[in-house]
Design a protein around this ligand. Structure first.
Ligand code: FE2
Ligand code: FE2
Length: 181
């Protein structure tokens, strides 16, 4: 990132980076890194893609940074689960940073790739119900955050490739066995 872009990027998010509640995300492990670092990577990529696609840069950067703003792991509480944490993060972003309704919606729809995956492989998080209509990104910024999260997650999980591939294979086998008819 150029010096000017870095300055602009930081100016969009400096209040969030100083917030005590947001700093708590440093304690949470996420894809083998901290949730804080993961969120900054997603915000940076959202900013870059936002520039490329001429999106609302401030909005896409802030919503990108707050997309996983929930405390604790996904397994600790039902509201932190794979498919519910976007709603929790969206509510937290409204509560602590007064984000706009549109930014809140962009946060809520960031797991759309996972929603699609669940529709193809129902065994994934089988207890949870999700609707494509509700969780489909509604704006350019929403699509950018969803794509950024997916790309950053793949990059982060690649470091744990064996476990990742083993987990996906196991899920596919269970899916075929349990839903073959
Ligand atoms: Fe997420
Ligand atoms: Fe994420």
């Amino acid at each position: 990132m150029t010096k000017n872009n870095n300055k602009e990027f930081t100016s969009f998010i400096c209040d969030i980076l100083e917030n005590e509640q947001f700093l708590e995300t440093k304690k949470d492990l996420h894809h083998g890194t901290s949730k804080y670092e993961h969120s900054i990577r997603v915000a940076k990529l959202s900013y870059r893609l936002g520039k490329f696609f001429k999106a609302d840069l401030r909005g896409v950067t802030r919503a990108g940074l707050l997309h996983d703003f929930f405390l604790g792991t996904r397994k600790e509480k039902p509201e932190n689960s794979y498919l519910r944490h976007p709603v929790t993060a969206s509510n937290n972003a409204k509560k602590y940073f007064n984000v706009s309704e549109k930014e809140a919606e962009d946060i809520k729809t960031h797991m759309f790739h996972h929603v699609l995956l669940k529709k193809i492989f129902p065994f994934i998080n089988y207890k949870e119900k999700v609707s494509i209509k509700e969780f489909k990104p509604k704006s350019k910024e929403g699509w950018i955050i969803c794509l950024s999260d997916l790309l950053v997650s793949i990059m982060e999980c690649e470091r744990f490739q064996f476990t990742y591939v083993a987990n996906v294979t196991l899920l596919l086998i269970m899916n075929i066995v349990l839903f073959k008819n």
